[in-house]
Design a binder for this molecule. Structure first.
Ligand code: PLP
Length: 453
């Protein structure tokens, strides 16, 4: 990027999830191309992309087959909508490909453009479903502290991260929060994972009773909390939560935007964590992040109620111009075809085991490392001021952000969420590249440990 373009980026572009004032001084990091698990910046520096961008580029940063299907579809039918009974071959093929792997069988697939839109859609469908069965007062949504469900008004309202709320003055959407299932951080001394899960289920039940089950439509949850810090629930957490929700006729909505398409070592995170959602949202890995597209899978029970209601009203009054867009759908279908060919589930398990072993070996006993968490090809590393006690750093030190900056200097892109480090590499990463990524992270941690000592 020329200096003129850098200046224009500062003058014209309000960046997502960025400190706008700091950007005026710091300017952009400009990526110009990608190959496999690497991205290259304007100065020619190559980075191992340990986060698959924003947890999405499952097949890396250039995949000729995705480019080819996009170009072919562009030449055939570049755009069309799905309102008023219209469809196209590409979106039907994608609905079939998703249905073939979805744990929610026999329902329908709805298309959107982003994870936020998909989550908004699940909430609207939960409301529509309840209205359809004569229960419109059932409309509150339970979410969890630490959750991230997107940046639209509802996506942000559902998110349990303070910066998603502060100063936005979001309208009250009737979202109530229950605890984040973080055993390492929130369990009582000596409390087992099992007992902790039982306690959280009891807390959820108490919340439902306090709010009134008749006022609650659904609970939304990421199988693994991503932006909240890669938080893995105890093994029996979701089955216990699901049992409570079922008792009170409350839907369970899975946000599979990060976990979907193999990330946790199964096609969907709900399969890894032992629950069957009523609806699930997917995006990101759906198209390997190569083109915007998202989807919601809904159960037959919900579909039937929606279909009856739409017949009564005359139309199902929801949908986006680009729902089922043929180019996006063609790319996503090809991505899923490649996932099958490379056995993405087996690959995530094998590479995930390699990543875990490499992290354990490189970071064991490191003075900044508290906890290493992982499932499939997804890992979180909790930083601590004192590994013996797990004491937190003073947030003002911004230790996680320092590690992220030092990683860049060592040629690796990771993400820090406060003092948690996330790793979510593309599935096309090779074991040797995992080792290099972990070595660079280790070097960054050493640099920061030196500055703190
Ligand atoms: N849900 C989860 C779990 C996410 O991590 C994200 C984005 O990071 C979203 C929803 C929102 O997706 P999008 O940015 O495509 O709207």
């Amino acid at each position: 990027m020329t200096n003129a373009l850098r200046a224009l980026d500062i003058d014209l572009h309000l960046h997502s999830q960025t400190n706008a004032r700091a950007h005026e001084d710091r300017g952009p990091l400009t990526l110009v191309r990608g190959d496999g698990v690497h991205v290259v910046d304007e100065s020619g520096r190559r980075y191992i992309e340990g986060m698959a961008g924003l947890w999405c580029a499952s097949l890396g940063f250039e995949e000729a087959r995705l480019a080819e299907v996009a170009a072919r579809q562009m030449r055939t039918l570049a755009t069309y909508h799905t309102f008023n009974h219209r469809t196209n071959d590409a979106c039907v093929a994608l609905a079939e490909a998703i249905s073939a792997i979805s744990p929610i069988s026999g329902g329908r697939i709805f298309f959107a453009n982003s994870g936020s839109e998909a989550n908004d859609t699940m909430v609207k469908l939960a409301w529509y479903y309840n209205a359809a069965r004569g229960r419109p007062e059932k409309r509150k949504i339970i979410s969890r502290t630490g959750a991230f469900h997107g940046s639209t008004v509802m996506g942000a309202a559902l998110s349990g991260l303070p910066h998603m709320h502060r100063a936005f003055n979001l309208p009250d959407q009737g979202v109530v929060f229950t605890a984040c299932p973080n055993h390492a951080r929130h369990a009582e001394p000596g409390e087992s994972q099992e007992d902790y899960a039982t306690r959280l289920a009891a807390e959820l039940e108490a919340l439902i009773q306090a709010e009134g089950a008749d006022s609650i439509a659904a609970m939304i949850a990421e199988p693994v909390m991503g932006a909240g810090g890669v938080i893995l629930p105890p093994e029996t957490y979701f089955p216990k939560i699901q049992a409570v929700l079922a008792r009170y006729d409350i839907l369970l909505l899975a946000d599979e935007v990060i976990c979907g398409f193999g990330r946790t070592g199964n096609w969907f995170g709900s399969q890894t964590f032992g629950f069957l959602p009523d609806m699930m949202s997917m995006a990101k890995g759906l198209s390997s992040g190569a083109i915007p597209i998202a989807a919601v899978a809904l159960s037959d029970r919900i579909y039937q109620a929606i279909a009856d209601q739409s017949a009564e009203i005359g139309v199902f009054g929801h949908g986006f111009t680009y729902s089922g867009h043929p180019v996006s759908a063609a790319v996503a279908t090809e991505a899923i075809r490649i996932y099958h060919e490379i056995d993405v589930v087996g690959r995530a398990r094998r590479l995930g085991a390699h990543l875990r072993a490499a992290l354990d070996e490189a970071l064991a006993g490191h003075p900044l490392v508290g906890e290493i968490r992982s499932v499939g090809l997804l890992a979180g590393i909790g930083l601590t001021a004192d590994p013996a006690t797990g004491r937190d750093f003073d947030p003002a030190l911004r230790v996680g952000a320092q590690v992220e900056r030092r990683c860049l200097a060592h040629g690796a892109i990771i993400r820090n969420m406060g003092d948690n480090i996330a790793l979510c590499p593309p599935y096309v990463i090779e074991p040797g590249q995992i080792d290099a990524l972990v070595e660079r992270l280790r070097a960054a941690l050493d640099d920061v440990a030196d500055t703190l000592s």
